[in-house]
Write a protein that binds this ligand. Structure first.
Ligand SMILES: [Zn+2]
Ligand SMILES: [Zn+2]
Ligand SMILES: [Zn+2]
Length: 234
């Protein structure tokens, strides 16, 4: 009985059509995803080829041609390796485009923080680019006022350096007024144990707290204006 029912169901033209449509749709999905994937794959291949050619051109000091390659690379919608920013900066620097070069080197340093192999060189290039643009450059130095921490000891703002806070229960009186049938009586304040003050909740009587170093504006580093004659490897 079940088999007959199944055969009957299968032979229904509407169900057949639905199945066919689902099948076609699935085939379409598979093919379109393969298409997107292969597009990305070929972009990646194109990029790798351009990248190698660009590095080769740079090593031959053919900066104008390298720049043309960079224009082609920028049209590819891919995530580029960080070093690309460095090579781009180096190319622009050698083409005398110091402003663009500086931006590229800064971008590279930002991407790489301290771990990039060209970070030191990129910093040097930024200095020479500045010298070419303005005749001076800025060097990063550790702020001595805060020893590079960006924070210094300042007077506690909660207690204004007193170490004690005025009791907010008795308003510093040390006692609380109570009124009953016998008239007014005073009771010792429980919060401050009758003293009118309690230890500062912020600094715990150290009278200090950490605050932003005003010398370096909390950055821990200072930009020191330098003469281009002092530039190393000039
Ligand atoms: Zn009190
Ligand atoms: Zn305090
Ligand atoms: Zn500082």
């Amino acid at each position: 009985m079940k088999t007959i029912f199944y055969l009957l169901l299968n032979s229904l033209p509407t169900i057949d059509r639905i199945r066919q449509q689902i099948f076609i749709y699935l085939i379409f999905l598979v093919f379109s995803s393969i298409n997107i994937y292969s597009q990305e794959l070929s972009d990646q291949k194109i990029f790798e080829a351009y990248y190698q050619e660009t590095i080769e051109l740079i090593s031959q000091k053919k900066f104008q041609e390298a720049n043309e390659k960079f224009k082609k690379i920028s049209k590819l919608e891919l995530a580029f390796p960080d070093e690309l920013a460095y090579y781009y900066g180096y190319t622009q620097y050698n083409l005398g485009q110091y402003m663009i070069a500086k931006e590229a080197f800064e971008k590279y340093i930002k991407l790489k923080t301290d771990t990039g192999r060209y970070v030191g060189v990129a910093e040097q290039f930024i200095h020479t680019a500045d010298c070419n643009l303005k005749g001076y450059y800025f060097n990063n130095a550790t702020c001595e006022a805060c020893e590079g921490l960006g924070l210094v000891d300042i007077e506690c703002r909660t207690c204004k350096g007193k170490g004690q806070e005025l009791c907010n229960q008795c308003f510093g009186r040390g006692a609380i007024k109570k009124r009953d049938n016998f008239g007014e009586t005073f009771e010792s304040c429980k919060k401050c144990i009758g003293t009118g003050y309690f230890t500062c909740t912020k600094c715990h009587d150290s009278k200090h707290e950490k605050g932003k170093c005003l010398v370096c504006d909390g950055k821990g580093k200072l930009k020191i204006k330098k003469d281009c004659n002092q530039l190393p490897n000039k």
